[in-house]
Design a protein around this ligand. Structure first.
Ligand code: SF4
Ligand code: SF4
Length: 100
Protein backbone atom coordinates (compact mmCIF):
# COMPACT_ATOMS: atom_id res chain seq x y z
CA UNK A 1 0.00 0.00 0.00
CA UNK A 2 1.40 3.37 -0.99
CA UNK A 3 1.26 6.32 1.36
CA UNK A 4 -1.38 8.13 -0.70
CA UNK A 5 -3.71 5.14 -0.99
CA UNK A 6 -6.73 4.88 1.29
CA UNK A 7 -7.49 1.31 0.31
CA UNK A 8 -5.59 -1.39 -1.45
CA UNK A 9 -6.66 -4.90 -2.49
CA UNK A 10 -4.37 -7.87 -2.08
CA UNK A 11 -4.46 -9.00 -5.69
CA UNK A 12 -3.60 -12.57 -4.70
CA UNK A 13 -6.87 -12.76 -2.76
CA UNK A 14 -9.22 -10.25 -4.43
CA UNK A 15 -11.85 -11.93 -6.62
CA UNK A 16 -13.00 -8.60 -8.13
CA UNK A 17 -16.56 -9.03 -6.85
CA UNK A 18 -17.16 -5.26 -6.42
CA UNK A 19 -18.76 -5.79 -2.99
CA UNK A 20 -16.52 -3.14 -1.44
CA UNK A 21 -17.40 -0.73 -4.25
CA UNK A 22 -21.13 -1.32 -3.80
CA UNK A 23 -21.12 -1.08 -0.02
CA UNK A 24 -19.20 2.17 0.37
CA UNK A 25 -21.76 4.75 1.54
CA UNK A 26 -19.50 7.60 0.47
CA UNK A 27 -18.80 6.23 -3.03
CA UNK A 28 -15.07 6.66 -2.68
CA UNK A 29 -14.18 3.25 -4.10
CA UNK A 30 -14.36 2.55 -7.78
CA UNK A 31 -13.04 -0.14 -10.11
CA UNK A 32 -9.74 0.31 -11.90
CA UNK A 33 -9.13 -0.74 -15.49
CA UNK A 34 -8.16 -4.24 -14.32
CA UNK A 35 -11.31 -4.68 -12.23
CA UNK A 36 -9.70 -4.14 -8.84
CA UNK A 37 -11.06 -1.66 -6.30
CA UNK A 38 -9.29 1.66 -6.06
CA UNK A 39 -9.94 4.76 -3.98
CA UNK A 40 -11.04 7.85 -5.85
CA UNK A 41 -9.03 11.04 -5.59
CA UNK A 42 -9.37 12.82 -2.24
CA UNK A 43 -10.95 9.70 -0.72
CA UNK A 44 -9.17 10.51 2.52
CA UNK A 45 -11.33 13.63 2.83
CA UNK A 46 -14.61 11.84 2.21
CA UNK A 47 -14.16 8.43 3.82
CA UNK A 48 -16.05 8.21 7.10
CA UNK A 49 -14.01 5.22 8.29
CA UNK A 50 -17.10 3.10 8.71
CA UNK A 51 -15.12 -0.05 7.91
CA UNK A 52 -17.88 -1.59 5.79
CA UNK A 53 -15.54 -2.13 2.84
CA UNK A 54 -13.26 -4.25 4.99
CA UNK A 55 -16.12 -6.17 6.60
CA UNK A 56 -17.87 -7.03 3.36
CA UNK A 57 -14.77 -8.49 1.72
CA UNK A 58 -15.23 -12.23 2.10
CA UNK A 59 -11.67 -13.22 1.11
CA UNK A 60 -10.21 -10.62 3.48
CA UNK A 61 -8.39 -9.00 0.59
CA UNK A 62 -8.99 -5.33 1.31
CA UNK A 63 -6.52 -3.27 3.28
CA UNK A 64 -7.72 0.08 4.55
CA UNK A 65 -5.22 2.59 5.81
CA UNK A 66 -7.30 3.63 8.81
CA UNK A 67 -10.08 1.16 9.41
CA UNK A 68 -9.42 -2.54 9.92
CA UNK A 69 -13.01 -3.46 10.77
CA UNK A 70 -16.19 -1.54 11.49
CA UNK A 71 -17.32 -1.03 15.07
CA UNK A 72 -20.27 -3.26 14.22
CA UNK A 73 -19.03 -5.99 11.87
CA UNK A 74 -22.55 -7.24 11.08
CA UNK A 75 -23.66 -3.77 9.94
CA UNK A 76 -21.90 -4.15 6.60
CA UNK A 77 -23.64 -7.45 6.00
CA UNK A 78 -27.04 -5.95 6.84
CA UNK A 79 -26.33 -2.96 4.60
CA UNK A 80 -25.27 -5.28 1.77
CA UNK A 81 -28.42 -7.39 2.16
CA UNK A 82 -30.57 -4.25 2.21
CA UNK A 83 -29.00 -3.06 -1.04
CA UNK A 84 -29.42 -6.51 -2.59
CA UNK A 85 -33.10 -6.62 -1.62
CA UNK A 86 -33.67 -3.11 -2.98
CA UNK A 87 -31.95 -4.09 -6.25
CA UNK A 88 -34.11 -7.23 -6.49
CA UNK A 89 -37.28 -5.23 -5.86
CA UNK A 90 -36.27 -2.79 -8.61
CA UNK A 91 -35.65 -5.73 -10.96
CA UNK A 92 -39.00 -7.30 -10.07
CA UNK A 93 -40.82 -4.02 -10.70
CA UNK A 94 -39.07 -3.64 -14.03
CA UNK A 95 -40.00 -7.19 -15.02
CA UNK A 96 -43.63 -6.65 -13.99
CA UNK A 97 -43.67 -3.43 -16.00
CA UNK A 98 -42.31 -5.26 -19.05
CA UNK A 99 -44.82 -8.09 -18.79
CA UNK A 100 -47.83 -5.72 -18.80
S1 SF4 B 1 -14.36 2.87 5.43
FE1 SF4 B 1 -16.49 3.24 4.75
S2 SF4 B 1 -16.47 5.25 3.74
FE2 SF4 B 1 -14.34 4.58 3.94
S3 SF4 B 1 -13.84 3.58 1.99
FE3 SF4 B 1 -14.56 1.96 3.40
S4 SF4 B 1 -16.80 1.78 3.07
FE4 SF4 B 1 -16.10 3.73 2.13
S1 SF4 C 1 -14.82 -6.96 -1.64
FE1 SF4 C 1 -12.73 -7.85 -1.51
S2 SF4 C 1 -12.70 -9.44 -3.10
FE2 SF4 C 1 -14.42 -8.07 -3.58
S3 SF4 C 1 -13.56 -6.50 -4.99
FE3 SF4 C 1 -13.41 -5.68 -2.88
S4 SF4 C 1 -11.30 -6.26 -2.23
FE4 SF4 C 1 -11.80 -7.55 -3.99
Amino acid sequence: MQANELISPDKEKCVRCDACVDICPMHVIHVDEDGYPQAVGKAFLTCINCGYCVDVCAPGALRHRVRKRSVNPTAALHAALKRLRAARERDDKTKRGESK
